[in-house]
Design a protein around this ligand. Structure first.
Ligand code: CA
Ligand code: CA
Ligand code: CA
Length: 491
């Protein structure tokens, strides 16, 4: 596994950056990576802990024989002394907490139960993500009144502007962002965030990430949501589909970056049940396809979790909801390791997005090649459906400054993806976490151009039909069917 060690120094730049600027304290804050833990490591740890037996209350996924988890079955299991958590009635999956070390073997003895497995918590946030902060510049320096719009090269790459010019801006499309919450009262989301439908599946955490984390800060979910549908409102940045409706569904702790299988699966079911057209999942974890049976279990624990995921993904697709997910940042070849299951990428119907980047875009914006595979992106035709802008540190070798959108920064920094954080702060970040929301924005533009809901397979067909065949001719490891292109995918 590859991982990027982040620079830790902090530098101040107080020169006269921009004539007439009233902001004298623009600075560069190079942050350590936020999440360093490896997905596989944690999954393994979680399993060994449980298999060793543990006196503390453990969380389990219980999988019914069929796609139903009725109230009687819940009651039968609670009668064992277990406590129900998320119950996914319509896919036959439920979460239970139990103190009983023999819970698995006992619950598998109950009529109607197929298998139970530990509800592992795994690191779902991209491990190589790196963030850099930018403060607001007043007054705006760009042609657009959303004053940081010019820093968003991804919109050029996916041809969002030409699509907007045709009248397609994402109106009427509901996008569920399964992530670490959202800054609910950020002006960037006025008119696009449906807070009433937004919800948290993470125990003890509100979907509004600004409550736990007051003040300016990076929030993964806020950044991702901003790329999809930050409002076009004379402030900050603009989403690829600025009139789409956002529903924040919190399935990752904003503190740990982790989510449990039950939380993530329940979030997916919720999004389908509220008729989301699209689910963006800028998250992922690896799981061995086989990891041995749990104590007293009739089933392989990993296979049980994967079976549950297959049920969930099939249900989501049957409800007409398309899942778009990040391919992952391990620079791993999907084609080479068939023993690892990438979640959610390998679940049925999930569209997996690899990351691309320009190199030195800010030095020559008009002639940039946007389709260079990012150094960290997972690849392989068996896993990658499309590529989209994710940004890439170090693609550009120089260290001189560039001026874009009123921001003076090292030119290479502008190759990352610029979006909003919690509070009046914006960030550059890199990762397939940033690529998936560009693709989701494109899909939202496709659906709005269609004038209403589309079958998930039809959305994918439109994405294929309009994708730019970059890289090796035809379907290839780094771009799948091609680089997403909203304009070529819409009438
Ligand atoms: Ca504007
Ligand atoms: Ca805006
Ligand atoms: Ca190609």
């Amino acid at each position: 596994m590859f991982r990027q060690e982040g620079p830790s120094e902090e530098t101040e730049n107080k020169g006269d950056l921009i004539p007439g600027s009233i902001t004298s304290h623009i600075f560069i804050q190079e942050k350590q990576e936020m999440r360093l833990r490896k997905t596989m490591g944690l999954a393994t740890v979680g399993l060994s802990l449980l298999f060793a037996g543990n006196a503390m209350a453990e969380s389990y996924l219980v999988i019914a024989n069929g796609n139903k988890f009725n109230k009687k079955l819940v009651a039968d299991i609670e009668a064992m002394g277990a406590k129900a958590g998320h119950v996914m009635e319509r896919v036959g999956i439920a979460e239970f907490d139990s103190l009983d070390a023999d819970f698995i073997s006992k619950v598998e003895g109950i009529k109607g139960v197929w298998a139970a497995a530990p509800n592992m918590t795994i690191e779902f946030v991209d491990p190589s993500m790196e963030v850099f902060e930018a403060e607001a510049v007043e007054p705006p320096f760009t042609g657009d009144d959303d004053f940081f719009f010019d820093a968003q090269w991804g919109h050029t790459a996916v041809e969002a502007l030409d699509t907007w010019a045709k009248g397609h801006r994402g109106a009427g499309v509901r996008v569920a962002v399964l992530d670490s919450g959202i800054d609910a009262d950020n002006p960037e989301f006025v008119g696009t965030l449906n807070l009433a439908l937004s919800t948290s599946f993470v125990a003890g955490e509100n979907v509004d990430s600004s409550i736990l984390d007051p003040g300016p800060s990076f929030n993964h979910g806020t950044h991702v949501a901003g790329t999809i549908a930050a409002a076009d409102n004379g402030y900050g940045v603009i989403g690829v589909a600025p009139e789409a409706e956002l529903v924040a569904v919190k399935v990752l702790s904003q503190i740990t970056g982790s989510g449990s299988f039950a939380d993530v699966y329940a979030g997916m079911i919720y999004a389908a049940n509220i008729d989301a057209d699209l689910i963006n999942m800028s998250l992922g974890g690896s799981l061995p396809r086989s990891c041995g049976n749990g104590p007293g279990s009739r089933a392989d624990a990993c296979q049980a979790l994967i079976t549950a995921g297959n049920r969930v993904a099939n249900y989501v697709r049957q409800q007409g909801t398309l899942i778009i997910a990040s391919a992952g940042n391990s620079a791993r070849d999907f084609n080479s390791d068939k023993n690892l299951m990438e979640l959610p990428n390998d679940l049925p119907g999930v569209v997996s997005i690899a990351a691309t980047s320009p190199s030195g875009w800010a030095t020559d914006p008009l002639n940039a090649d946007f389709d260079i595979p990012a150094y960290y992106t997972n690849y392989g035709t068996s896993g990658v459906a499309f590529s989209a802008p994710g940004g890439s540190v170090f693609a550009y070798p120089g260290n001189e400054n560039c001026l874009i959108a009123g921001l003076v920064r090292p030119c290479w920094l502008f190759d990352l993806v610029f979006s909003v954080g919690n509070g009046a702060v914006w960030y550059w970040a890199q990762g397939t976490s940033m690529a998936a929301p560009h693709a989701t924005g494109v899909a939202a533009l496709i659906i709005s151009a269609n004038g209403g809901p589309m079958a998930p397979s039809d959305v994918v067909e439109a994405m294929k039909a309009g994708a730019d065949d970059v890289g090796k001719p035809g379907k290839d490891d780094f771009h799948g069917h091609g680089a997403v292109n909203a304009n070529a995918s819409t009438p």
